[in-house]
Design a protein around this ligand. Sequence first.
Ligand code: MRU
Length: 351
Amino acid sequence: MASFRSIEWLHDRGQLRLLDQRQLPAREEYVDCDTVTSLVAAINDMVVRGAPAIGVAAAYGLSIAAFGYQGKSLKELVRITQDAAAILKASRPTAVNLVWAVDEALRRIRSENAADAESFKSATIRIAHELYDEDIQTNRAIGAAAAELFAEQTTVIHHCNTGSIATVDYGTALGAIRIASESGKSVFVYVDETRPRLQGAKLTRWELQQFNIPHQLIVDGASGHVMRSRKVDFCIVGCDRVAANGDVANKIGTYNLAVVAQKNNVPFYVAAPLSTIDLKTISGAEIEIEERPDAEVTSVDGHSIAPTGTAVYNPAFDVTPGDLISGFITERGIVRPPFTANLAKLMEKSR
Ligand code: MRU
């Protein structure tokens, strides 16, 4: 078990402690959020990142809002919490887990029918803890479902940040890799560095090192060459939103990886909890792609790498069409094509 957690609720202070992922792997530092505004800034600045992690953090944001209210009016407290929900949901646009977790927390809080402000506050925290615990169970179940993909010796390519700190613990794609390794299988990982924020180089590699899983870091553009010249059994990534037809939004560069994987007959798997599957989004064309500051591209760790005034386009995510995807690894098993029918069936069964 890792000794670090991306999210920790400090009950006596009514604050959320976040592992500052911007500082890793150089420093293990924490940011404490005691207002919704500070939590929104932390999500937006990528102190906490990864779709499930920002979802659970935002669920705790409702508790921060509730605990910040000193009055006795239940009606006023409900209004404050709903206002906080709207602000939190808008803090990043692409990962549906954020919206899912806030709406799910609100639904469960409401269903508790709190009689007064104090019980409403307790409900917010109980529900956030529930979502926190469920995320760990979900990731372990994703790992169990993925077991059939890992032979005794398996080599994979992984993109972005999908491990313990992109979630509450274990992770989605990286969780599957870790669970396969813990079960005694020999797994080798080519780690895409994941420009521009280098989640692969900084975070995934750091986690693989903690778990003693053999790996090599590659630049994103090397994956085609690696697939042509070395044995790669499959690619495995996480995701931020799955549309009803199986199109997937994930970290920029995922689409390139999937195209090159198909060209080289390498299967391409996406690990996704059900909370990432958004049947209301019909296809990837409807997914809002976050654009981030130019400086993420023109500099690395504050050092400029491009001439002053360089024009930049910096989409943080891309859409991979479902026809490039071999399967979705979920907590309810692996879903294979045809995705429109099979994702709908899966979600219907899990209602
Ligand atoms: O911009 P980020 O770092 O929050 O993006 C993270 C990703 O795209 C991850 O691949 C995704 O959320 C995987 S979920 C464990």
